[in-house]
Ligand binder design. Structure first.
Ligand SMILES: [Mn+2]
Length: 330
C-alpha cells in the first residue's frame, strides 16, 4: 500500500474544479469508477469533468452519466484545480500525458502494484480487487457521500469488470460485501451482467470467430496465446471488452497457466496482455518489456513488429514458466 486515502480525501475537499481521467484502452473499472467519483463530487458541490484518453465504445453506454464524458482531442488543456488520475499512473493516459506533466496538481488512485504513486496526494492499494473498491471506500468512509443508484451501478460495474463478475482470484469477502451494499443502493447485477457479457452485434461474434482461428498452445500445454492483426480488426474500434472477450479463451484451457494476447497496434508496435494462474507472476513478465499490472493480469506495449514481439515474449514466457517452481506438475 502506498500513500493514504485520507490525504486523497483532504485534497478532494480542498479543491473545487476537477478533471477525472484514466488509462488508454478503457475498461469498466476505470470508467465506472470515474463516473461514480464524478457524481459523488458533484453531490458535494464540486465542478467535475471526465475525460477519457480513448473513445468509449458502445460497451459503456449502459453506465449512468456516460454521455457526459468527453474524449481527449489534440490541444486539450482545460483549467482545473486538480486532475484525478484513477486506475493507472499518469503515463498510461495517452494523449493527456503532456497535459498531466504541465504542472497541474495530480491526485492518483489505483490498485496496480507496479504504480509507485504520483502527484500531491495518492493512494495505491494492490490488495483492492478494483479501483472501484477504493472509490467505494473513499465515498462511504471518507467523504460520507450518500450513494445514489447511478453511483451504485457504476461502482458495481467497476467491481464486476475487474473480478470477471466475482470469479477471479481477487474476489474476496470485502469486495462481495461492497457489491452487496451497491445492490442495496440500486445496482442490478443481472442487468449489468447482460451489458458486460451479452448484447453483442453479430459482427462482434463474427470477429471472435476470426480471432479464435489464431489460437495456439505450447507443446506442454502450459501456455496458450491468441493474435489480433490490424487487418482482422478492420474498421472496428478496440475496447477493453474485446481484450476480455479474447484472452478468456486461451485462459480457460485446463492446462494453461499463462494466457497471452498479441495485438498489432501498427507496423512497429505490439500490445501484449497476460493472464496467469497460481504462482505465475504476469506482472514480472510485463515488466521485462516496460509494462506492468497485477500478478495475474498484466500488459505491455513493445516497439517491435508483431512477429518479432511475439517471438521475444514467447521466449521470455517459456523461461518464466520453466523457472516457476511447481509448474508443470499440476
Ligand atoms: Mn482496474
Amino acid at each position: 500500500m502506498v500513500g493514504s486515502l485520507e490525504q486523497v480525501a483532504q485534497a478532494i475537499r480542498a479543491y473545487n474544479k476537477f478533471l477525472i481521467t484514466w488509462h488508454v484502452d478503457p475498461d469498466p473499472d476505470c470508467v465506472g469508477s470515474g463516473l461514480a467519483l464524478k457524481q459523488a463530487l458533484q453531490a458535494m458541490g464540486k465542478d467535475v469533468i471526465c475525460v477519457s484518453p480513448d473513445p468509449l465504445g458502445e460497451w459503456f453506454e449502459f453506465l449512468p452519466g456516460i454521455e457526459s464524458c468527453a474524449v481527449f482531442t489534440e490541444g486539450f488543456s482545460p483549467h482545473v484545480d486538480a486532475v484525478i488520475v484513477e486506475d493507472c499512473e499518469p503515463d498510461r493516459c495517452g494523449g493527456l500525458v503532456s497535459y498531466l506533466k504541465s504542472g497541474v496538481p495530480i491526485i492518483n488512485i489505483d490498485h496496480h502494484g507496479t504504480n509507485l504513486g504520483f502527484g500531491q496526494a495518492f493512494y495505491i492499494n494492490p490488495r483492492a480487487a478494483a479501483t472501484g473498491e477504493i472509490i467505494y471506500q473513499l465515498l462511504t468512509e471518507y467523504l460520507h457521500v450518500s450513494l445514489t443508484e447511478a453511483m451504485a451501478t457504476n461502482l458495481y460495474a467497476a467491481l464486476a469488470g475487474d473480478t470477471g463478475t466475482f470469479r477471479y482470484s481477487n474476489t474476496n469477502s470485502r469486495v462481495l460485501a461492497a457489491a452487496s451494499e451497491l445492490v442495496k443502493h440500486g445496482a442490478n447485477p443481472a442487468e449489468i451482467a447482460v451489458h458486460l457479457y451479452e448484447n453483442r452485434a453479430y459482427e462482434e461474434v463474427d470477429f471472435l470467430r476470426a480471432a479464435l482461428d489464431t489460437l495456439e498452445i505450447s507443446p506442454r500445454g502450459e501456455m496458450s496465446w491468441i493474435t489480433v492483426t490490424k487487418t482482422m480488426l478492420g474498421e472496428r474500434q478496440w475496447s477493453g471488452q474485446r481484450s476480455e472477450d479474447l484472452i478468456k479463451y486461451p485462459r480457460m484451457i485446463k492446462t494453461v497457466k499463462l494466457a497471452i494476447m498479441f495485438r498489432e497496434l501498427d507496423a512497429a508496435k505490439t500490445k501484449v496482455s497476460f493472464r496467469s494462474r497460481d504462482n505465475i507472476d504476469a506482472s514480472k513478465l510485463a515488466a521485462l518489456f516496460g509494462g506492468g499490472g497485477h500478478m495475474h493480469a498484466a500488459g505491455c506495449t513493445i516497439d517491435k513488429p508483431l512477429p518479432e514481439a511475439k517471438a521475444m515474449v514467447l521466449e521470455a514466457a517459456a523461461e518464466l514458466l520453466a523457472a516457476s517452481p511447481g509448474n508443470g506438475s499440476e
